[in-house]
Design a protein around this ligand. Structure first.
Ligand SMILES: Nc1ncnc2c1ncn2[C@@H]1O[C@H](COP(=O)(O)OP(=O)(O)O)[C@@H](O)[C@H]1O
Ligand SMILES: O=c1ccn([C@@H]2O[C@H](COP(=O)(O)OP(=O)(O)O)[C@@H](O)[C@H]2O)c(=O)[nH]1
Ligand SMILES: [Mg+2]
Length: 243
C-alpha cells in the first residue's frame, strides 16, 4: 500500500495539457517552478543548494526523484533512459558505493563486506556520498537510484540533505523475474549470485518495502515487459510532472 504521505507538496503541479499525452519520449524542456516547503526544511535546503553552486543562474533546489524497486527490477536501466530523455543527472547509490570500494579506502573495505552479504550500508556513509555527488553534478534534476533502502536511510537523507524527494518512483517486479535478470546481469558484481540474491530479497521485503510504503506518489510502475515497454509508462509519468 502506498501511503498518501507526500501529497501536493511533493507532486506539485497538475500536468499541463500539452504534456500529458506523451506517446513518445523526445527531449522536452521543463520549467522550474518555485516550490513551497516547511520553514525548517527550507533553511537546510537553501544551505544545500548554495553549496551546489550555480546552474546557469538558477538558484532553485534540484528536483529530486527517488527511484526504488527490488534488486533486478530495472532501476538502473530505466534511470539511464530517463536521464537521456528528461535531462536528469543519474546518481546510483550502489554505483557510488562501488566507486568508494574501488578507491581502496578503509570505508570501501567495510562497504564491500556489507554488499556481499546483501545488507544495507550505514546511512551516514551513503547519504554523504549522495550529497557530494548531488553537489558535484550541479544538476537541477536528479534521479537517486536505489536509495533509500530503509527507514533509517530515509530519515538520514532528510536530516543531512534537508530535503524530501519531489517524487518517488517504484518499479514493481515479481521476484522470479528479478532473480532471472540478476543472474543474467553479467557485470561481475559480487552480489549477483544466488546466495546473495536470496539475502537481498529478504532485505527488500523487510526493509525496502516499508520505506516504499511510506511514500505516496503516482510513481508505481509495472516493471514487467521489455525495457522499452516499461519506459513508455515511465514517460507518461515524467511527462506529467513539472520540473
Ligand atoms: N525489462 C527488462 N527485461 C529484461 N531484462 C531487463 C529489463 N530491464 C533490465 N533488464 C536487465 O536486467 C538486469 C538488471 O537490471 P538493472 O537495471 O541493473 O536493475 P536494478 O538496477 O534494479 O538492479 C540487467 O542485466 C538489465 O540489462
Ligand atoms: O542506498 C543503498 C544502495 C545500495 N546499497 C548496497 O549496495 C547493494 C547494491 O545496490 P544497487 O542499488 O547497486 O543494486 P541493484 O538493486 O541495482 O541491483 C545493495 O544490495 C546494498 O548492499 C546500500 O547499502 N544502500
Ligand atoms: Mg541498479
Amino acid at each position: 500500500m502506498w501511503r498518501r504521505r507526500l501529497g501536493a507538496f511533493l507532486l506539485r503541479s497538475p500536468p499541463s495539457s500539452s504534456s500529458t499525452a506523451a506517446s513518445s519520449c523526445q527531449h522536452r524542456r521543463h520549467h522550474l517552478l518555485p516550490r513551497e516547503e516547511p520553514p525548517a526544511l527550507n533553511r537546510l535546503a537553501r544551505l544545500f543548494t548554495s553549496q551546489a553552486g550555480s546552474d546557469g543562474g538558477n538558484s532553485q533546489k534540484p528536483f529530486i526523484a527517488f527511484v526504488l524497486g527490488g534488486p533486478g527490477s530495472g532501476k538502473g536501466t530505466q534511470c539511464t533512459k530517463i536521464a537521456l530523455d528528461f535531462g536528469f543527472a543519474h546518481l546510483s547509490a550502489g554505483d557510488l558505493l562501488r566507486h568508494e570500494i574501488a578507491s581502496g579506502s578503509e570505508k570501501g573495505e567495510l562497504i564491500v563486506d556489507i554488499i556481499k552479504e546483501g545488507r544495507i550500508v550505514p546511512s551516514e556513509i551513503t547519504v554523504e556520498l549522495i550529497r557530494k555527488a548531488m553537489e558535484a553534478s550541479n544538476a537541477n534534476k536528479v534521479l537517486i537510484d536505489g536509495f533509500p533502502r530503509c527507514e533509517e536511510n530515509r530519515i538520514a537523507f532528510e536530516r543531512i540533505v534537508g530535503r524530501e524527494p519531489d517524487i518517488v518512483v517504484f518499479f514493481d517486479c515479481p521476484e522470479d523475474e528479478m532473480v532471472k535478470r540478476l543472474l543474467g546481469r553479467n557485470q561481475g558484481r559480487v552480489d549477483d549470485n544466488i546466495e546473495t540474491i536470496k539475502k537481498r530479497l529478504k532485505v527488500f521485503e523487510s526493509l525496502n518495502i516499508p520505506v516504499i510504503d511510506y511514500y505516496s506518489s503516482r510513481g508505481k510502475i509495472n516493471a514487467t515487459g521489455t525495457a522499452d515497454e516499461i519506459f513508455e509508462a515511465v514517460c507518461k509519468l515524467f511527462s506529467s510532472l513539472r520540473f
